[in-house]
Ligand binder design. Structure first.
Ligand code: PLP
Length: 405
C-alpha cells in the first residue's frame, strides 16, 4: 500500500490502520514495521546541515531531523487523519507548543475553548500572554460565542472536541467557516475522538492535534504527539520542531505504530464498553449526572451523531458526595485503576474537583463558571472506559460505591 498517495485514502480505515506508512522492507522483506534506533546515518558529503534545508528528498542524517521509524508513523497518521502531512512530537503538549510558537510566537490573537485540556489551558493562560498574544477564551460549543470573539486580527481558532473534561462538542464545520471568513486558521485537538471518531480536516480544520499517548498508542506505554495538516504549512513548521527538539523517539514511534494498527477495532470496543457503562451509571441511584456523547441525554447528542463516527470511550459522571466516592473508588476498585490519562486497555478513573480546576487551569468569567458547573457540579469523575468486559467494569464500580448506598 503506497502510504503517501491519495489513492491509499480510498482504502477503509481498518486497512489503512494496518498497512499505511510501512510497506514491507525492500531489503529484508520484513512485513512488520522496522525499528531504527540509530541517531546518525551515513551521509553524502554534500548534505545540508540546516533544518531549514530539509526537503522530502533529503536522506536521513540525524534522528532529531528525521528517522525512518518516525516517518512510518507520520505517514500512517496522515492517511488515517486524511491530512497531507504529519509531524510527530515527543508528546501531545510538544505538538501544541510548536503550533502556538509557529503561529503566535510574535503575538496576535487566538480564540480558544474556555475549557480545554488543563496543560493546554495553562499554556494559553500563562505563557501566550508573555509572548504578546491576546487570548480570548469562550465556550465554543455555542457558535455565537465564536462569532463574537473572532476579530480581524485573529490568527487561530483553537478547539477541542469532545473537550477535556466536560465532553462538550463544537460544530467544527460551521466553526471553521466562521474562522476562515475572518481570515483565521483552525486547529482541533481531536485526542478524545481519534480519526476513527472525527475527521476534522474533512470538516474544514487546518490543523489536527493528537496526543498519541492516548488512544492511538492505545496501550498506556508510550508518550507521543502529532500535528497534522497541509504539506506546505507543515514543511515550514518542521524546522521549528527540529530546533525546539521535542522529537518523538523511534522506540516510542514503533510502539505507537504497533498500537495504531488496531485503533479502529479498539475504538469500536471502547465505544461499546462506554455506552454500556454510561447506561448503567444513568440508572444508578447515587449518580446525579452522566455525560457521554453517545447518550441521547448529552446536550449535543444530535451534533455527536452528525459529526462523529464513533463516540469514543470517555465519559464523565457526578455523584452526591464526590470526594467520599473518590476515596472509596481509589480504595475499593479491583478492575479499574484510579489514575489519570485515557485511551488505555485498562479503564482509568479519576475525580476532578471543580474548585481546583477553576483555580489552576480554567480562568473563567462568572457566566462561564456557571456553565462549567452546570456540567460538572462540584466535581466530576472522568472515566476512560477500557477494553475489559463491560459487565466486570459495572460490577466493580457498583461494589466500590456500595458503602455510599
Ligand atoms: N490533548 C488532550 C485532549 C489531552 O487529554 C492531553 C493529555 O491528557 C494532551 C493533549 C496532552 O498530551 P500529552 O500528555 O501526550 O502531552
Amino acid at each position: 500500500m503506497d502510504d503517501s498517495s491519495s489513492a491509499s485514502r480510498s482504502f477503509g480505515m481498518r486497512t489503512a490502520a494496518v498497512h499505511a506508512g510501512h510497506p514491507p522492507n525492500p531489503c529484508t522483506g520484513a512485513s512488520a514495521p522496522d525499528i531504527v534506533m540509530s541517531t546518525s546515518f551515513i551521509i553524502d558529503p554534500g548534505v545540508a546541515f540546516s533544518a531549514d534545508e530539509i526537503t522530502d528528498e533529503t536522506r536521513y542524517a540525524y534522528t532529531r531531523w528525521g528517522n525512518p521509524t518516525v516517518t512510518q508513523l507520520e505517514r500512517k497518521l496522515a492517511v488515517l487523519e486524511g491530512a497531507e502531512e504529519c509531524v510527530a512530537f515527543a508528546s501531545g503538549m510538544a505538538a501544541i507548543t510548536a503550533l502556538f510558537i509557529y503561529l503566535l510566537g510574535d503575538g496576535g490573537h487566538v480564540v480558544m475553548s474556555d475549557v480545554a485540556y488543563a496543560a493546554a489551558s495553562e499554556l494559553a493562560n500563562d505563557t501566550l500572554p508573555r509572548l504578546g498574544v491576546q487570548v480570548t477564551r469562550v465556550d465554543t460549543s455555542d457558535l455565537q460565542n465564536i462569532r463574537d470573539a473572532i476579530r480581524s486580527d485573529t490568527r487561530l481558532l483553537y478547539l477541542e472536541s469532545p473537550a477535556n473534561p466536560l465532553l462538550r462538542l463544537t460544530d467544527i464545520e460551521v466553526a471553521a467557516k466562521i474562522a476562515h471568513d475572518a481570515g483565521a486558521l483552525v486547529a482541533v485537538d481531536s485526542t478524545f475522538a481519534t480519526p476513527i471518531g472525527l475527521r476534522p480536516i474533512d470538516l474544514g480544520a487546518d490543523y489536527v492535534i493528537q496526543s498519541l499517548t492516548k488512544y492511538i498508542c492505545g496501550h498506556g506505554d508510550a508518550i507521543g504527539g502529532a500535528l497534522l495538516g497541509r504539506r506546505e504549512v507543515l514543511a515550514k513548521l518542521r524546522p521549528l520542531a527540529i530546533h525546539m527538539g521535542g522529537v518523538l523517539s523511534p522506540f516510542n514511534a514503533w510502539l505507537i505504530l504497533r498500537g495504531a494498527a488496531t485503533l479502529p477495532i479498539r475504538m469500536a470496543a471502547h465505544q461499546e464498553g462506554a455506552l454500556a457503562v454510561a447506561r448503567f451509571l444513568e440508572g444508578h441511584s447515587l449518580v446525579t449526572r452522566v455525560i457521554y456523547p453517545g447518550l441521547p441525554s448529552h446536550p449535543q447528542h444530535e451534533l455527536a451523531v452528525r459529526q462523529m463516527n464513533n463516540f469514543s470511550g470517555m465519559l464523565t459522571f457526578q455523584v452526591g458526595d464526590g470526594p467520599r466516592a473518590a476515596q472509596l473508588l481509589s480504595e475499593r476498585l479491583q478492575v479499574l485503576h484510579y489514575a489519570v490519562s485515557l485511551g488505555h486497555p485498562r479503564s482509568l478513573i479519576c475525580y476532578l474537583p471543580t474548585n481546583d480546576l477553576l483555580r489552576t487551569s480554567f480562568h473563567l468569567t462568572p457566566a462561564q463558571e456557571l456553565s462549567y458547573r452546570s456540567f460538572a457540579g462540584d466535581g466530576i469523575f472522568r472515566l476512560s472506559v477500557g477494553l475489559e468486559d463491560p459487565a466486570d467494569l459495572i460490577s466493580d464500580i457498583e461494589n466500590a460505591l456500595a458503602p455510599l448506598s
